[in-house]
Design a binder for this molecule. Sequence first.
Ligand SMILES: *Cc1c(COP(=O)(O)O)cnc(C)c1O
Length: 465
Amino acid sequence: MEPLPLELPADTVQRVASELRCLPTDERVALRLDEEDKLRHFREYFHIPKTQDLPPIDLSLVNKDENAIYFLGNSLGLQPKMVKTYLEEELDKWAKMGAYGHDIGKRPWITGDETIAGLMTDIVGANEKEIVLMNTLTVNLHLLLLSFFKPTPKRYKILLEAKAFPSDHYAIESQLQLHGLNTEKSMRIVKPREGEETLRTEDILEVIEKEGDSIAVILFSGVHYYTGQHFNMPAITKAGQAKGCFVGFDLAHAVGNVELHLHDWGVDFACWCSYKYLNSGAGGLAGAFVHEKHAHTIKPALVGWFGHELSTRFKMDNKLQLIPGANGFRISNPPILLVCPLHASLEIFKKATMKALRRKSVLLTGYLEYLIKHYYGKEKAEAKTPVVNVITPSRIEERGCQLTLTFSVPIKSIYQELEKRGVVCDKREPNGIRVAPVPLYNSFHDVYKFINLLNSALEAAERKH
Ligand SMILES: *Cc1c(COP(=O)(O)O)cnc(C)c1O
């Protein structure tokens, strides 16, 4: 009963319901979708929080031994069970042999980052030499901009999307200031049309077409952190490069969420963090990509000893032999204790594959959207229930797993009621809630339970008013 690849999620939900002779809203649909899910066992590789351990839980409303509905993998991914083992391996090595650990074992510390970089190739669609694991996201963004943003009097702008993540906004602002540029004039922000929440690709391409000659760098996110919109990365790359711009992406919300082909799309550079969909723990080891076409032309602006070729690095003769490409951007020796959690997570991705994860994700999020529209859509809502609007694009190609919901009433107490019931998600005042069912560890039954809990949270919030 493999669903056809081209079947839309809503059609799958309805088909399964009619096979079961029940309504699409029936619990049995969720259970059947879980049964048919070939990736369902990957949930066992993670620690799923129990409701009783969540600080805001109200134990009179939930069964304490039940699993939380964790829909916050877009902010902080769950812990793979192997993380502790891998950390212990390196801690033991350190305890037992001290500095010899640099060269020995499964993850020699000197090349700890390199031992796992190969596990990232499939996730971002790049070859190993184009990928480097280092630092944290915003630091990497700065390092890349220092090399790719070389403004001239004619070409001096950085193009970005409206309401970019604050760190990206500040990074761009401060890079412009570093070159003595007026931020007002040089930050070209593409905004949605009046009354719309997300950007139209045609509008982005039009700005590039019209103003491309004055744009030095296009820096977009792959998936927008708030709206969940997945931008048309190949189209933006192509249009920008046709105008002579460098095109880079912040993949914080795209990596491990949607399929990426950075190499084939010809993207110039990219960076990402690993604690969201890549489950490496807060502050985890981030990544960067520099396309191989730039390996010998674009150099790091700031250099450290780990950008020097390994074969002669420890000669310490102060004659720089820079590694071409992304790995030359490394400054310091890699943090082995951050390599371990990422290693544990990337091994799971390797087994699951991005292709299969994405396929599940489309249905999982489609199921969530189907149920939300069914109960709370503009057309459906009765006078007493608030309208819940999905601002994330409904087209599959234009989103990842996250849906951003906006409510026709203030969300503060709705959110509190969700938290009390063991739903872990995220609120953005005044009226947005982001929910991300993650295909690696969330189930269709999680989505089903979420909808029921949302329902009771709405009723409880209503009673308070
Ligand atoms: C999460 C996120 C960040 C966070 O940056 P750090 O340097 O990892 O703290 C930056 N940009 C975007 C778009 C993000 O989603």
